[in-house]
Design a protein. Structure first.
Lengths: 422, 422
């Protein structure tokens, strides 16, 4: 790796090249973008040995530096994960091209037709941590949506990321697209991130993918809009009109199917009217699976083995077999509690009452709101987006799972026949 | 006006109250919101004398402080403009309510139905300059879209803004909505703006309405997303396949209908193949109307009276009877020039060539792109939005004229029947 003396100048060069490339990716045909993606997949497969060797060198250094087992796990590539990366590129090639889609054309009294056209955002900066496969995923989604990308992976994965970047460049070149359409930052210097997030003239949006610390830091310092995903403190509310079997199944799935995902339920609210009958059954199911219950006073009166929940528990994203449980008066208190403590990711109500379901859908201010379904469904693939670049807990631009559409915006188009304004 | 000692504490109180009110405005019925708007209109009419008296005091102070005539003009209320304010409120009451609209519901293989629901952004901060009528306009648009608003008008209009704010509060109260749904900042201390744009916990988006200096400053310092409108350096490109009469009419209207609006054309590009025949006719028309032409070398060869355009002229938003004119090789150079120099507001091509029109629509990266129509159509009313809070030159969230929809976003909703993820 060549040393880079002037990080600011280096990043500005990347930015200028990305801006220029973004004009070409925006105008690129669907066929050219797909050809590039398929060639990238072929390259990834052909270069499997080189990718694994680069990854082995990254891993050796990570072990020398005493990185923890979870990080080593995220960093590790295998023959299987390399194949998955190639397949991911092929899947993105098969998604419909969002760019250029014209919608809502209507004729106005002046005679003009006004509508919207979906267009790329321009240049997207992606900042991520250990997983090298994000390099291929992010490159694919940005290119398919007509954007140029500047990628900054974790310093631990530098060699693997460079090896993947070489495959991406070969794919771009083979399809006649500029190799600078996807650039991977070649330095681990943190000043590069500082530049990337403060160059609004070259970068249109930043998508950070990683832990809460990374995302908070970036949001705080960015001068470019950030599509961010903070934590997932997701709730299930079991209403007094809940179907008991649905309640049990949904709480089970939402909490225990996977503990470490952002759409896992972390808090359970139960309407007082059904707490006596339902809460012991739910608790027995959770306890049998090794889930620790932290409850409010009423919960603990019903479940003597439950620990005491502190104020902090209502905010917590455990990502672990722990759940906070609160008995609430009913729908109003449930909505109030959720809008106060939730991270606005995903919440579900279990209820057979139409009005309760409709009010929950409307009044809960989260990116995904569900009736009688597990919070675990909050996912780009489950929603039919085909792929996702992340899940946004923001309110502006894109909320919830962000797919290709989230990497585009809509401009207005006017089709006239010589009309002028009077 | 009571003095405020601790601006930060004062603004945090406003923020907290707005956040609480936003829960109620988000859930408010269309009927309640409309009732509030109609009562505000009644109040504005009933309080006409009080509004004009407050405005007279503002104007007296402005004259004492030596403010310029243009500013005094923007500051001035009349019986007619007070009536227009009331009618504006009534018009917003008649617009369809965007909140709660469910679209794109589709069933997924898992059995769940996934769709989107339009929801308010939450709390909107509006920062504007002299015009007191913005207080009523902004209050109406924020409320109708289910948001709470914190308004900060120009210090010159403080008394009129407070008088309008009293009418707004009365309307809210009459409809059973919280008076804190629309709060007008009661201090002219600039620190209040500094607080408003750096409270992401209480404010979801900032919409600055005013000069470029104000907007640049706010964008630079904001920690909250900003929907901004910088300048309008709009272009008309007369293609070699242009219909000459349409070209003349469109250039005439785009440049001369009004000089001071952001959707007025500031630059004209003419394809070389038709420059000799068309440019002298266009120039004669413009010159007859007193428009100064600043041209490239080729333009000046055809129009000996034209001044020389400097590099800076291609960037300029004149807001005056001046136009920059450049002869270009054709479509490619026109698109390249526009994407380089434009402020990404509005651009138009005049052409009968289908492929040129389609390429211009797709490849020009501006918030409104037009074929055979005057740039002057870039406007919320002309586009059928009913009203606009501004015109965004951003790419994220909302581009171009921003109406009620631009003050909302979409969350995901899932309608299930007990489904869990496998």
């Amino acid at each position: 790796m060549k040393p880079i003396d002037d990080i600011t100048a280096y990043m500005e060069n990347l930015g200028r090249a990305a801006r220029a490339a973004s004009r070409l990716t925006a105008a690129a045909s669907t066929a050219a973008k797909n050809a590039a993606l398929l060639e990238m997949a072929r390259q990834i497969r052909a270069q499997q040995d080189a990718l694994l060797a680069a990854n082995a060198a990254d891993l050796a250094e990570a072990r020398t530096n005493g990185l923890d087992a979870a990080l080593i796990d995220r960093l590790t590539l295998t023959a299987k994960s390399v194949e998955a990366m190639a397949q991911g590129l092929e899947q993105v090639a098969q998604l419909p091209d969002p760019v250029g889609e014209i919608t809502d054309l209507k004729r106005r009294p002046s005679g003009i037709q006004v509508g919207k056209m979906r267009v790329p955002l321009g240049v997207i900066g992606i900042i991520y941590e250990a997983r090298p496969n994000v390099t291929a995923d992010a490159a694919a989604l940005c290119l398919k949506s007509g954007n140029a990308a500047i990628l900054r992976g974790g310093k631990e994965a530098l060699r693997a990321n460079q090896a993947i970047a070489a495959c991406v460049r070969t794919g771009l070149k083979a399809a006649g697209l500029p190799e600078t359409a996807v650039q991977v930052i070649e330095t681990t210097d943190r000043a590069a991130v500082g530049s990337l997030i403060t160059m609004p003239e070259y970068v249109d949006v930043i998508v950070p993918r990683g832990g809460k610390g990374l995302i908070e830091r970036i949001s705080k310092e960015a001068r470019v809009p950030v599509i961010k995903h903070l934590d997932g403190n997701c709730h299930v509310y079991v209403d007094e009109a809940a179907d008991p079997e649905k309640a049990l199944n949904i709480v089970d799935n939402a909490k225990t199917q996977r503990y470490g995902t952002c759409n896992t339920a972390e808090s359970l609210l139960v309407a007082r009217a059904v707490a006596t009958t339902l809460l012991p059954r739910i608790a027995a199911m959770l306890t049998a699976k090794g889930v620790e219950i932290r409850g409010c006073a009423e919960t603990r009166a019903l479940l003597p083995n439950a620990k005491e929940a502190t104020e902090q528990d209502w905010y917590e994203e455990y990502l672990a077999p722990i759940i906070a449980v609160k008995v609430v008066a009913g729908l109003d208190e449930a909505i109030e509690h959720i809008n106060r403590y939730s991270s606005q990711h995903t919440e579900a109500i279990v209820s057979e009452n139409y009005t309760h379901a409709m009010r929950f859908l409307r009044e809960v201010d989260s990116s995904s709101v569900m009736v009688n379904a597990s919070t675990r469904f909050a996912d780009g693939f489950e929603y039919g987006l085909g792929a996702e670049i992340g899940i946004s807990t923001d309110k502006i631009h894109a909320r919830g799972p962000v797919g290709l559409d989230g990497l585009t915006s809509q401009k207005w188009i006017v089709l006239g026949n010589g009309e002028v304004r009077s």
